[in-house]
Design a protein around this ligand. Structure first.
Ligand code: G3P
Length: 217
């Protein structure tokens, strides 16, 4: 399973990348706002740190303008994935940009039918938003599972990028289902290492070690 970091925080991305935990990055207009940085500048910095795909999102609503923005974003670095919203215009732009050889991540997916359309338009990644479905009392993980089934039924090659991942349980469940990628905030990725039994076990070992009176170094 690939881990993408859902963030435009260069320092946090760098830290995780040094540990080999970063297969790519996803950004969106809200994350750019949170970073307080210029989109072109911060995305360029991220692309220089991370070898894998870095998603940068267009903000135009009409396909011709989306295509123009997508081409501009793709100029930032060779590892840019142009992020397009799952609208009819977004699908048109997806078809054109993938035809030109760009990597495209179709975002804001909330149904299996939308995921089928994105695959048919040639998307490299589809981003179903798990947490935002949970927010409205629907089962976000059920959508990941349904898309996995449908894509496998028809051998659709678009990668399932489980997005809006908010908890460690989301990560484990997406992995169990077989999502190709999860994108999660840095703090969720760091929390994956935590377990109370690990802490308790470590305390016990250290207590016993002290009683031996020994030293390793
Ligand atoms: O990259 C988009 C997505 O991951 C958003 O997450 O938590 O704002 O729903 P969230």
């Amino acid at each position: 399973m690939k881990f993408f970091v859902d963030s435009a925080d260069v320092a946090a991305i760098s830290d995780l990348n040094a540990l080999g935990m970063v297969d790519g990055v996803t950004t969106n207009p809200s994350l750019i706002l949170k970073s307080g940085r210029d989109i072109l500048e911060v995305t360029k910095e991220i692309c220089a740190i991370v070898a894998g795909p870095v998603s940068a999102e267009v903000v135009a609503l009409e396909s011709a303008a989306m295509i123009a923005e997508g081409r501009r974003l793709a100029e930032i670095a060779p590892n840019i994935a142009v992020k397009l919203p799952l609208t009819w215009d977004g699908l048109k732009a997806c078809k054109v940009l993938t035809g030109e050889g760009f990597t495209v991540n179709v975002t804001l997916c909330f149904s299996v039918n939308q995921a089928i359309l994105a695959a048919k338009a040639g998307a490299s990644f589809i981003s179903p938003f798990v947490g935002r479905l949970d927010d409205i009392n629907l089962d976000g993980m059920e959508l990941i599972s349904d898309i996995r089934t449908v894509y496998d039924n028809y051998d659709m090659k678009t990668q399932i990028l489980a997005a809006s991942i908010r908890s460690v349980n989301h990560v484990a469940e997406a992995a169990r289902i077989g999502a190709d990628v999860i994108t999660a905030p840095p703090e969720v990725i760091r929390k994956l290492a935590e377990h109370p039994m690990t802490d308790r076990g470590l305390q016990q070992f250290l207590k016993d070690w002290e009683k031996t009176g020994q030293k390793i170094l």
